[in-house]
Write a protein that binds this ligand. Structure first.
Ligand code: ATP
Ligand code: MG
Ligand code: MG
Ligand code: MG
Length: 472
């Protein structure tokens, strides 16, 4: 039998412990004292100040399995979730770290040793990328490890220079890929559509700090930061083609099947919906457990959006009632060995989830039918878009969330006339201003307010509910 994810997580930490690393427990998904970040998006985040030399720890080598969430800022995978076999919003990142201790050679040797001797991945299935200017990393892979030249790809800045965000620690990287074989054709290496070469592990040679104006200054000590997605390595070890077929996701997919009364693997559209639900269920569970509450700003807004998105995909499967809160149990039962803190939070997480579901379903029922009528009409008329007027009606009269609308239209291969829609919004504002000269300036359409609620680079779409939309 193949190793289960619980065993892989443990084996990774044990391996690095045997190599002098201190095992550090996952930090919360909510970053501590870091205003540059909404969520922890990589295993290195809790160690950021150690890399920067601002904080001392009693160890120079560490290993962790960190809860991460990639739905904002520089690392945002939301659009990929459900559509690629390898992307999640919430996932677990295994990592080993050196704070001014070992550097490239040892980092590469550890990686190779662990993958080929401990996990027993056949060497011929592995290939790597290095930053195009990094001759040193190239030489180590080629001469020390003995990897043939054709299996070492030199890649540019975009792919092989890793940074946490717009500021903070960064450096050239080297990534390890697993070749799933020719049945996936010859896709462009590393692209979102590349389902053949699976990136499993990223080794970052942390050498710089980037400041607000983009300048790079060398870190006090060259360091190592690595990240390997547990779900991805589990898919390799368990010899399945998708993270969603690993033991981490199977029970959650089964839950989605049961609740929808459908079988996974029969129809691509249903499968996407089940994968989105499975992914978002894990995210919802861990976000609430770490203290996020649904709201209209910041982290709470992201949680709200994820939850509504899951419900919307549930609707695609014909589910028209609160159901996510039941799925929370499935997630907790799967994850509780590694994250025992979920257990005492169980009822709380379910309660928050259920009440948010009820609230949203009520609003959605009213407006969804109208939207689908509009889509039908557009199709009959041979239009691949909704008019600004139609969208304005949905938004203004029925309070339909615009980000949700964008998602739905994408599934129908349609768009909407944003320019016309925004003009109507401004016109309405103007009308209101004239009609209620005294009160108008106190209230702005909610979608305009929204921009200011999130940091500039975190803006992730329009959102409103009829109860919140301002009728000035
Ligand atoms: P990709 O190119 O596949 O999007 P990445 O280069 O953006 O991945 P890194 O920032 O290098 O990812 O993160 C380190 C590791 O975390 C990756 O090598 C991969 O194993 C895992 N990983 C990254 N993003 C995701 C995700 N959205 N879901 C699951 N695992 C992920
Ligand atoms: Mg990515
Ligand atoms: Mg990549
Ligand atoms: Mg990478």
């Amino acid at each position: 039998e193949f190793m289960a994810a619980d065993e892989i997580r443990e084996s990774f930490l044990k391996y690095f412990e045997s190599k002098g690393h201190t095992i550090v427990k996952s930090a919360s998904i909510i970053p501590e004292n870091d205003p540059t970040l909404l969520f922890v998006n990589a295993g290195m985040v809790p160690f950021k100040n150690v890399f920067l030399g601002l904080e001392e720890r009693p160890y120079k080598r560490a290993a962790s399995c960190q809860k991460v969430f990639r739905v904002s800022g520089k690392h945002n995978d939301l659009e990929n979730v459900g559509y690629t076999p390898r992307h999640h919003t919430f996932f677990e990142m295994l990592g080993n770290f050196s704070f001014g201790d070992y550097f490239k050679k040892e980092a590469i040797e550890f990686t190779w040793d662990y993958l080929t001797n401990y996990l027993k991945i056949p060497q011929e299935k592995l290939l790597v990328s290095v930053f195009e200017e990094d001759d040193e990393a190239f030489e180590i892979w080629n001469k020390v490890i003995g990897l043939p030249e054709e299996k070492i790809k030199r890649m540019g800045y975009k792919d092989n220079f890793w940074s946490m965000g717009d500021t903070g620690p960064c450096g050239p990287s080297s990534e390890i890929y697993y070749d799933r074989g020719e049945k996936f054709g010859n896709p462009e290496f590393g692209s979102d559509e590349d389902f053949r070469y699976l990136e499993i592990w990223n080794l970052v040679f942390m050498q710089y700090n980037r400041d607000e104006s983009g300048n790079l200054t060398p870190l006090p000590n060259p360091s190592i930061d690595t990240g390997m997605g547990l779900e991805r390595i589990a898919s390799v070890i368990q010899q399945v083609d998708s993270n969603y077929d690993t033991d981490l996701f199977k029970p959650i997919i089964r839950f989605a099947e049961e609740i929808a009364g459908k079988t996974y693997g029969k129809n691509e559209k249903d499968d996407v919906a089940m994968r989105v639900i499975a992914d978002h269920l894990r995210a919802i569970t861990f976000l609430i457990s770490d203290g996020v509450l649904p709201s209209n700003e910041g982290r709470g807004y992201v949680l709200r959006r994820i939850l509504r998105r899951a419900l919307r995909y549930g609707r695609n499967l014909g589910i028209d009632r609160p159901f996510l809160y039941e799925g929370v149990d499935v997630v907790i039962d799967k994850m509780k060995n590694a994250y025992p803190e979920l257990v005492p939070n169980r009822n709380y997480i379910k309660k928050i989830t259920k009440s948010e579901e009820e609230k949203f379903i009520k609003t959605l029922r009213r407006s969804m039918d109208i939207l689908y009528q509009m889509i039908e009409t557009a199709k009959k008329e041979g239009r691949k878009f909704l008019t600004g007027e139609e969208v304005f009606k949905l938004y203004d009269t029925y309070g339909f969330p615009i980000d949700l609308l964008q998602d739905i239209l994408r599934d129908e291969s349609m768009t909407f006339n944003i320019k016309e829609f925004e003009e109507l919004i401004l016109e309405q504002k103007e009308r209101s201003r004239k009609a209620f000269k005294t009160t108008a300036k106190q209230v702005k359409p909610i979608y305009l307010q929204l921009k200011s609620r999130l940091p500039e680079n975190e803006f992730i779409g329009y959102n409103t509910l009829i109860s919140e939309s301002s009728k000035v």
